[in-house]
Write a protein of this length. Structure first.
Lengths: 203, 266
């Protein structure tokens, strides 16, 4: 299992082991990375080590939107150019990256850090859901966009949020669900096809 | 014995766990193989062809390939997606409760076609009925029967006398009713009203077509729920997580009232 030790190189064995624990990195990739780092310039290793350390030390959650950030409030919440009448609710900070990458959204965010999942025992106390109504009350927000995942948990979270937020009288919208770009129709499931038909648009 | 490499079965997806980057382990309940587990590869990627057919609370025709350890899902086609269950907060929660119970009460590879039919009937009825609580009781009582824990409701289990039309008792650890005299030896037995006992007996002896026509008021519904819940909890020796969520929902929304009485069209 641990070839580093077999070869008598404990230091590199330890690195391989640590890398192996990362998601998506198997023993072979870990080995390749470790030997690459061993030969890489000192400066590069320092930068990597520093980046890893600072992610644990400096990163915290934005007190407004709960996105991960190194300054509170986060860059998006501070930005005057953003549209303050829209809040987009996502499950994970990574979802913000995906939406920002499109460049099609200019509003603010709210990160739940999970989705309601009764069978796994994740309820409203385990994610940042109760903070949302307080944030929206007496704010400039006119529209909440529910951008949770389109699986059962995300869908349920959206339904719950709809009930929770409807008394506030703010417009609540859900991301459209339809066929992903580049797919074949015959493999689409009923739920997706039904929604895609409902949401069809004139060309 | 010849075992083909691929096989097909109907299945209802009752549990999913993440595996690695983009895969899932699915737990499915099938009519001919009982509860099985299989790996579904790549279903967490957006372009997965299988993902939509392998969501929880979906009745699908699946094709599986035998693997060394776990089998792999290589094809699936939805038979019934139970769409109303997935577009309503309450119905989703009820549905999740149903499949969690099935998962907890069954062992792998023990086939029970009657239980599969019960599960299917319950999910179908959830889409149509407007008395979901009663349907859940129906499901619970028949699930208990199918798993060998059929509650004995006809007589007092100790003295074997018929129960009189008075408040009797139900003891979860025995799984039976007790008369007011015999319950003195069973401090944890809980009272069960005449009406609640009648309803439970009726549920036990009838299909949902008949049970669904019963009209139950809120306090009786609550009593029935607490009786079956306490028995289920005793047997499982743990909390049913989705039941806690149902309680949380009920607490927050302070219904069931106007909202829930809507008839959902599939």
């Amino acid at each position: 299992m641990n070839r580093g030790t077999i070869l008598g190189a404990d230091t590199i064995g330890r690195l391989i082991q640590e890398l192996n624990r990362l998601p998506g990195i198997g023993p072979k990739s870990a080995q390749r990375l470790a030997y690459y780092l061993m030969r890489a310039p000192q400066e590069q290793a320092n930068q990597l080590a520093d980046a890893i350390l600072s992610i644990k030390q400096k990163i915290k959650l934005c007190s407004i939107c709960f996105n991960v950030t190194d300054s509170d409030p986060c860059a998006i919440c501070r930005n005057d150019q953003r549209d303050r009448s829209q809040v987009c609710v996502v499950e994970q900070p990574q979802d913000i990256l995906a939406i920002e990458h499109t460049g099609a959204y200019k509003g603010l965010y709210h990160v739940l850090h999970g989705a309601i999942s009764p069978t796994e025992g994740v309820g409203t106390n385990d994610i940042r859901i109760r903070e949302l109504p307080n944030r929206l009350r007496d704010s400039l927000v006119k529209e909440v966009i529910l951008a949770t995942n389109t699986n059962l948990e995300g869908e349920q979270t959206a339904l719950y949020l709809n009930q929770l937020l409807s008394p506030l009288g703010i417009k609540i919208t859900r991301l459209a669900r339809g066929l992903p770009f580049g797919t074949e129709l015959e493999y689409a499931d009923d739920a997706t096809l039904t929604r895609a038909l409902e949401g069809r648009q004139q060309l | 014995m010849f075992r083909p490499r691929n096989y097909q079965t109907e299945a209802i997806i009752i549990k999913k766990t993440k595996l690695g980057e983009a895969d899932r382990i699915l737990t499915m309940y099938t009519p001919d193989l009982g509860k099985i587990q299989a790996v579904a590869r790549g279903v967490r990627r957006p372009k997965s062809k299988l993902a939509g057919h392998l969501e929880l609370l979906t009745h699908s025709q699946v094709t599986l390939a035998r693997g060394r350890n776990l089998d792999t899902v290589i094809g699936s086609q939805t038979i019934n997606g139970f769409l109303p269950l997935k577009t309503d907060l309450w119905l989703t929660s009820y549905g999740l409760y149903v499949i969690e119970l099935v998962n907890q009460f069954t062992a792998d590879h023990v086939e029970d076609e009657a239980l599969f039919r019960l599960l299917l009937e319950t999910l179908q009825s959830l889409c149509q009925t407007n008395n979901q609580e009663l349907l859940l009781r129906y499901f619970e009582i028949h699930l208990l029967g199918a798993s060998g824990y059929r509650p004995q409701l006809q007589e007092c289990v100790t003295c074997h006398q018929p129960l009189g039309p008075i408040t009797n008792f139900f003891c979860a650890s025995i799984g039976s009713t007790l008369c007011p005299v015999c319950r003195l030896n069973q401090p944890f037995a809980r009272p069960i009203s005449v009406n609640a006992l009648k309803v439970l007996r009726f549920i036990q002896g009838n299909g949902y077509a008949a049970v669904g026509r019963l009209e139950i008021d809120a306090s009786l519904s609550y009593e029935l729920e607490s009786i079956t819940r306490s028995y289920l909890k005793y047997l499982l020796e743990r909390e049913v997580k989705s039941a806690n969520w149902l309680d949380e929902l009920k607490e927050q929304m302070k219904q069931p009232g106007a909202e829930e009485k809507k008839v959902y069209q599939p």
